[in-house]
Design a protein. Structure first.
Length: 417
C-alpha cells in the first residue's frame, strides 16, 4: 500500500510541534555558533516559514529539528552575503560559511548538547538592564511574544517590546561570551534566571503560551530547565525551592479536571489523584533547601504548596499556617500573585473585609488584565453577599482566561444565584 501524501495540516502540526519543543534549543545553538541572538531568531523564523512551504510538498523530515537547524544556517549564510555592510552579519559570516555545509542532515542523530541554560545566563548579563532580563530570556529561550511576556509579567506589550529591542541592541554590541559563567558569576545572575523560569512555568500552568499539552508545553520545559540549573548550582537554596514549587504544583495536574474535562479548584480536588512521587521529591528538595538557612521567595512559595500537599494525609488544609507563610512572603516579594494568594487565603479564614481591602489596594493598571485577581475578587464579593458585583468579576476573569475548562468554571460561578 502506498504511503499517503502528507497534508498541509500534518505539516503545520509538525512545525507547531517543533516550535514548542525545539525553538529555544535551536536559538541557543545558533547563538552559540554565530554570536548573534537577533540573527539566530531571524533565520530560525525564516526556517519555520520554509518548513510550512516545503513539508506539505516533500513530506515532514524524519528529524525536523535537524532540518530546521540546517535551513536556518543556510538562511544565515544568505543574509551574510546580502548584507556586506552590516557589521553584525559580517562578523557572523565566516563561522557560518564553515559550518553550513556540515550542519546535521535530516537523518542525523540529536544536535549538539542543549545550550538553553547558557543562553539564559547570557540574557542575565549585567550589561543588560535588569528589568529586561526576564523578558529577554522568555523570548529567546522559550519563544514568547511581547504579548505573552506582558501577560506573564503584568506589563504592557509596548513596554515589553521596547525593552526587548534595547536589550538585543546591547547584546549585539557587547561581544558577551556565550557560556555557562564561572561559579561566582553564576551566583550573581541566578536570581534573574530563576525569575524567568518561574514566569515560564506559571504561563505553562495556565497555558498563556505554549499550548495545552503539558508534555510539550512550558510547564515541562520549566521543570527541565530547573533540573539542569540545579546540576550547575547544587548548593543554591532558592533553585531547590523553585523546583520543589514546580513539583508540588505538577503533582496535582491530573486532578485539575474531571473525566469530562471540567475544571476542579484546588480545594475540591481528589487528593488520591495527586502524584505522590513528585510530592516526595518536592518535600526532599524543600527540606534540603531549608537546611541551608538562606530563606527566600521560592522556598516560601514551595512551603505554601507543601501545606496544601499535606491534605493528602490529614484530610484538611491548615489555612492559618498558609496565612502565616504568605505574611512572611510579603517581605521577599511584592508580586501581585503573592498578594492575590494571600487575599484568597484570608477569604478561607473568613476575613472578607481584610481580603477585599487588600485586593482593592492593588494597582489597577497591573491587575486589570489579570484573570486570577478578578476570580478572587469575585469570590470575595460573593462571600460578602454582593452577587451582582461577584458576577461581573467572574465574567471579567472568564474573558481574560484562555484555558477553556477554567473559563467555563468561572462562567458557571457568574451564573450562580
Amino acid at each position: 500500500m502506498a504511503t499517503p501524501e502528507p497534508s498541509e495540516t500534518d505539516a503545520r502540526a509538525a512545525a507547531e510541534w517543533a516550535a514548542r519543543t525545539c525553538y529555544g534549543k535551536l536559538v541557543a545553538q545558533l547563538t552559540a555558533q554565530y554570536s548573534d541572538v537577533t540573527l539566530a531568531e531571524d533565520v530560525l523564523a525564516d526556517a519555520f516559514a520554509s518548513a510550512l512551504t516545503t513539508w506539505p510538498e516533500r513530506g515532514v523530515p524524519e528529524n525536523p529539528e535537524a532540518w530546521l537547524m540546517k535551513a536556518a544556517a543556510r538562511k544565515a549564510v544568505d543574509a551574510a552575503r546580502r548584507a556586506d555592510t552590516a557589521a553584525r552579519h559580517a562578523r557572523a559570516a565566516r563561522p557560518l560559511m564553515m559550518t553550513a555545509d556540515i550542519a546535521p542532515s535530516e537523518r542525523d542523530g540529536p544536535l549538539n548538547r542543549d545550550r538553553r541554560l547558557e543562553l539564559m545566563f547570557l540574557c542575565a548579563h549585567p550589561a543588560i538592564p535588569a528589568p529586561a532580563h526576564t523578558a529577554l530570556m522568555l523570548q529567546t529561550v522559550l519563544g514568547f511574544t511581547a504579548e505573552d511576556i506582558a501577560a506573564a509579567t503584568l506589563e504592557s506589550p509596548a513596554a515589553v517590546g521596547q525593552r526587548l529591542t534595547r536589550a538585543k541592541r546591547l547584546l549585539a554590541k557587547g561581544r558577551i561570551p556565550f557560556a555557562i559563567p564561572p561559579d561566582h558569576i553564576r551566583q550573581e545572575r541566578i536570581a534573574a534566571v530563576l525569575r524567568a523560569i518561574y514566569a515560564a512555568y506559571t504561563s505553562g500552568w495556565e497555558n498563556i503560551a505554549g499550548g495545552a499539552d503539558p508534555e510539550t508545553g512550558l510547564a515541562t520545559e520549566a521543570e527541565w530547565l530547573m533540573r539542569c540549573l540545579i546540576r550547575q548550582v547544587p548548593d543554591n537554596a532558592e533553585a531547590k525551592g523553585l523546583l520543589a514549587l514546580i513539583l508540588y504544583c505538577e503533582s496535582r495536574r491530573k486532578a485539575r479536571q474531571d473525566s469530562a474535562e471540567r475544571y476542579i479548584p484546588l480545594t475540591d480536588q481528589d487528593t488520591a489523584l495527586w502524584d505522590e512521587p513528585r510530592i516526595a521529591e518536592a518535600t526532599a528538595l524543600l527540606t534540603e533547601a531549608g537546611k541551608m538557612q538562606v530563606p527566600g521567595r521560592f522556598q516560601l512559595e514551595a512551603a505554601i504548596q507543601a501545606v496544601h500537599a499535606a491534605r493528602r494525609q490529614t484530610g484538611r488544609t491548615d489555612w492559618s499556617m498558609i496565612c502565616k507563610l504568605y505574611e512572611t512572603l510579603q517581605a521577599f516579594t511584592d508580586s501581585m500573585g503573592a498578594r492575590i494568594g494571600y487575599a484568597a487565603t484570608l477569604l478561607q479564614l473568613g476575613k472578607v473585609d481584610e481580603a477585599t481591602d487588600l485586593l482593592n489596594e492593588m494597582p489597577h493598571k497591573r491587575i486589570s488584565q489579570h484573570a486570577p485577581f478578578w476570580a478572587v475578587r469575585g469570590h470575595a464579593m460573593k462571600t460578602a453577599g454582593d452577587r451582582d458585583e461577584a458576577c461581573e468579576n467572574f465574567r471579567h476573569a472568564a474573558n481574560l482566561t484562555r484555558n477553556t475548562a477554567t473559563r467555563d468554571w468561572l462562567l458557571a460561578q457568574a451564573s450562580e444565584r
